[in-house]
Write a protein that binds this ligand. Structure first.
Ligand SMILES: [Zn+2]
Length: 139
């Protein structure tokens, strides 16, 4: 026999499930893992980001390099940047990249892909089917 407490828990659980269903799928970026050595910043889990964002690692590296205005290079899973950068600098840029190159502007779904037609890139949403032109060149 369920106690009142158990019944209450069930009710809370039920409410939580309903809330989950109602809200859109949220995208979680990996945690930025960096290391400093001399005047260089190593983003140790660089490859996790292109994987999560489902974008070309080379383009993402070019994007970071351009935004930080410093040279960057790949070394296996890692990316190396000249100068000292905080994890927050990376998080901020990845969030902007996500907004500009990944998130569907129509339904906010992260499930999108890039299609190139002539010299224009489009963001195709796998959730709602919207096709939006991309302005930036790091897709
Ligand atoms: Zn969409």
């Amino acid at each position: 026999m369920a106690t009142d407490y158990e019944k209450l828990l069930k009710r809370i659980e039920g409410n939580l499930n309903e809330t989950k269903k109602g809200t859109e799928k949220r995208f979680e970026l990996p945690i930025v893992d960096i290391m400093w050595e001399g005047q260089k910043t190593f983003l140790r889990n660089f490859l996790d980001f292109p994987k999560a964002l489902r974008r070309d690692p080379e383009k993402i590296l070019q994007y970071l390099s351009k935004e930080f205005a410093v040279p960057a290079e790949r070394m296996g899973e890692k990316a190396i940047f000249v100068g000292k950068r905080d994890p927050a600098d990376f998080s901020r840029l990845f969030k902007i990249y996500f907004k500009d190159y990944v998130e569907c502007p129509t339904c906010k779904s992260p499930d999108t892909k890039i299609e190139k037609e002539k010299r224009i890139s489009f963001l195709i949403c796998e959730a709602c089917g919207a096709k939006s032109p991309l302005i930036g060149k790091y897709a």
